[in-house]
Design a protein around this ligand. Structure first.
Ligand SMILES: *[C@@H]1O[C@H](CO)[C@@H](O)[C@H](O)[C@H]1NC(C)=O
Length: 493
């Protein structure tokens, strides 16, 4: 006031610029509005996913006290293991370590027997019965040197079956190894002891299903933190499967020089027989895994004892939705080139853009009759990586098997893709069949073991770990139910 009118800040050129900028802004807003409206249906997913992510990664999930960050540990038995040096002893070329779960009370978590709550806390969406539960423990061993794992043998407890005199039953539906970065045992980010973290593999780098695309993907990816220390998928036993024994020239490398295999986590998925709570008595289970190890020594290669490191890729569809009443229904899902390229970035860089599948493990439940993996190049099928023509769940069909020579010598190149196929018979199902870890659920998954892997390269398995998953029926993967229902969304391994 009294100091004169301030000179106008708006020259004609400025106005023109302002109009132009305004126009651009308006256009941007418009494009975004259109985009958001188009994807309005996805908003519900966004909210659900944020809820789920928040739950997985909030501090509330993990215990706050330092003593409780340290995960429960396995029991350990060993042969020729030098604990002080953290390596095989000098008595023999190999050694073995057996990791068993400390005895687990297998009964309903709402039931107390001798003041102990059980570990079964997942309700079957089909029967309404609480029939499943997950337990994770840290393998209680310190690996101070690199070792090759040359075999992994499941040691599954069996119990006399009260409903079938003379027969026995077991409770472990799957037992997985996960290989982890250093520090799993003391992480504050997540607790292996938490059944929710354990059943959702939340100690593995979390990632979106591959078929979540576009704007929703971009937005959601921002909500997923990069997780360290984190784990990758390791060896697997599924009910009925046999030991994995690798040939002379192959091994799974674990130890200090690896990027993601310095500690080992053991995960058990318990699935009680139907009618367990009425017809069976509570039991304590102490199943485990025995691994055979061989020290890595520089002179090995010279002596012809060198091995190729094996990498593993787990392929899964968490959104299975099989229509009931079909005697032959084929379900397929694609693992696109981009996903393979991302996950195997280090290996493609280190081995001239090629990895070589050597063995596979195919997994479905009792309605699954056939499983195979197509190898695609430029969209066309160039071969297969494993097929079981008449699949029998809970049998030896759950074992790893080595590929025939023509497949074990056709590399998977950077730019190739994979298609997993499952043929199911749902004619006996009373309702549609979904992905799940309880009775009357299904899976259509595969684990591919490949050569041309450099376990020391940290650019492998970064964003999605080595678990490449899709979700055919998106609503099934983004369910935010409450309590036990929520656990029905358990990922399994
Ligand atoms: C509970 O304790 C009793 C008495 O010690 C024992 O006989 C029984 O086996 C225990 N039950 C379970 C499931 O641990």
């Amino acid at each position: 006031m009294g100091k004169g009118v301030p000179p106008s800040r708006w020259s004609p050129l400025g106005s023109l610029l302002a109009v132009a900028v305004g126009f651009v802004l308006a256009a941007l807003v418009w494009v975004n509005v259109v985009g958001l409206v188009r994807e309005r249906a996805s908003q519900a997913q966004v909210d659900l996913y944020r809820h789920q992510t928040a739950r997985l990664y909030s501090m509330e999930t993990g215990p706050q006290s330092r003593s409780r960050w340290t995960a429960r540990r396995s029991l350990v038995e060993s042969e020729n293991w030098d604990e002080e040096r953290g390596r095989c002893g000098d008595e023999a070329e190999t050694c073995s370590l057996t990791f068993r779960l400390p005895p687990q009370p297998v009964w309903d978590s709402s039931r107390f027997v001798n003041r102990t709550a059980g570990i079964l806390d997942i309700t079957s969406p089909q029967t309404g019965e609480v029939d499943a539960g997950f337990v994770c423990v840290l393998a209680d061993v310190v690996l101070r040197e690199d070792h090759w794992i040359t075999s992994a043998e499941p040691l599954i407890d069996v119990f006399p079956d009260p409903t079938k005199p003379g027969a026995s039953f077991d409770l472990v539906h799957h037992m997985d190894f996960f290989f982890c970065e250093a520090g799993t045992s003391t992480t504050r980010r997540y607790s292996l002891d938490d059944p929710y973290v354990c059943s959702h593999d939340a100690f593995v780098q979390n990632s979106l299903p591959l078929n979540v695309k576009g704007r929703v993907r971009k937005f959601l990816e921002m909500t997923i933190p990069e997780l360290h220390p984190s784990c990758i998928f390791g060896a697997v036993y599924d009910r009925g499967g046999a030991a994995l024994s690798l040939p002379q020239d192959l091994g799974i490398l674990v130890g200090p020089s690896t990027a993601r295999a310095r500690e080992i986590v053991l995960q058990a998925h318990y699935l009680a027989p139907l009618g367990f709570s009425e017809a069976y008595s509570p039991v304590w289970d102490s199943s485990g895994f025995k691994i055979t190890l061989r020290r890595v020594r520089p002179r090995d290669s010279a002596a012809g004892q060198g091995k190729h490191a094996v990498g593993l890729l787990a392929l899964n569809d968490y959104g299975l939705n099989y229509p009931k009443g079909r005697s032959r229904h084929t379900h397929s899902y694609l693992i696109e080139e981009a996903a393979l390229r991302d996950s195997l970035k280090g290996d493609f860089a280190d081995f001239g853009g090629e990895v070589q599948p050597v063995a596979v493990h195919l997994h479905g439940h009792s309605l699954t009759k056939r499983i195979w993996i197509d190898h695609l190049r430029g969209g066309a099928k160039v071969g297969e990586f494993g097929r079981i023509q008449s699949y029998d769940a809970h049998s030896e069909d759950q074992s790893f098997f080595f590929l025939p020579p023509q497949d074990a010598s056709r590399p998977l190149r950077s730019g190739d893709s994979l298609r997993v196929n499952c043929e199911v018979d749902t004619s006996s199902a009373g309702r549609d069949v979904f992905y799940g870890v309880s009775h009357f659920t299904e899976m259509c998954s595969a684990v591919v073991a490949y050569k041309n892997h450099n376990p020391a390269n940290p650019s492998n398995y970064v964003k999605t770990a080595n678990i490449l998953s899709t979700c055919t029926d998106i609503s099934r993967c983004f369910s935010a139910g409450k309590g036990k229902e929520e656990q029905g969304g358990a990922r399994g391994g």
